[in-house]
Design a protein around this ligand. Structure first.
Ligand code: GLN
Length: 197
């Protein structure tokens, strides 16, 4: 199995290191051809407005939409979540994949970053270290989107829709590989559902 990480800007290296720790073959995605032969892709944290500008410039928008539309596992963390969402309440290009409404920078500025122990559906063991850096929140989800994690006050911070998953926090900035393991398992099961070429 081979997982790609969108490497236009942001903390893609940290995702690569996490996948490598799990023994997974990793590739960087900068141009449409980089998506060939990948089973899954991760959109990292960073700045979603920059992702949008560069992805438009490099012709990546449609190829990324097609990739996810084919049922391949796709995960967005923080800015990656914003980039995958249908409704972010402002005029900024997104892939429009997940049926969720998102609010950017919902906790305030960089200085208001925080971490919180999270319960995430289907992740066993102690609370997951949720690292929130100028993070978005998910304000609402459409039917068919499963909420995977909320803060104590009910704020939605992780969700899944079939082969798509989003987290407003950054598992790649922790030493905890459980979320990457979850995604690798998801990628594996999506792969088995792919039609034979
Ligand atoms: N605030 C950034 C954005 O709006 C996201 C921050 C992050 O990825 N840590 O794109």
């Amino acid at each position: 199995m081979r997982i790609g990480v969108l490497a236009l800007q942001g903390d893609f290296i940290e995702h690569e290191h996490m996948l490598q720790r799990l023994g997974i073959d990793v590739a960087e995605v900068r141009l449409p051809g980089d998506l060939d032969d990948l089973d899954a892709v991760i959109m990292p944290g960073g700045e979603s407005t920059t992702f949008a500008k560069l992805a438009v410039r490099f012709g990546l928008m449609e190829p990324l939409r097609r990739f996810a539309g084919e049922g391949k596992a796709t995960w967005g963390t923080c800015a990656g979540l914003i980039f995958m969402s249908k409704d972010i309440g402002r005029n900024q290009p997104t892939l429009g994949l997940m049926d969720i409404r998102v609010k950017r920078n919902a906790f305030g500025r960089q200085i208001d970053s925080f971490s919180a122990g999270l319960h995430i559906d289907q992740i066993e063991g102690p609370p997951f270290p949720g690292v929130f850096i100028r993070a978005p929140i998910i304000e609402s989800v459409a039917p068919g989107v499963e909420v995977l994690s909320t803060l104590d006050d009910g704020t939605i911070v992780a969700a899944r829709q079939d082969n798509l998953v989003v987290t407003s926090f950054h598992p790649e900035l922790t030493g905890d590989t459980r979320m990457h393991e979850y995604f690798a398992a998801m990628a594996q099961s999506c792969r088995h559902r792919q039609p034979e070429p």
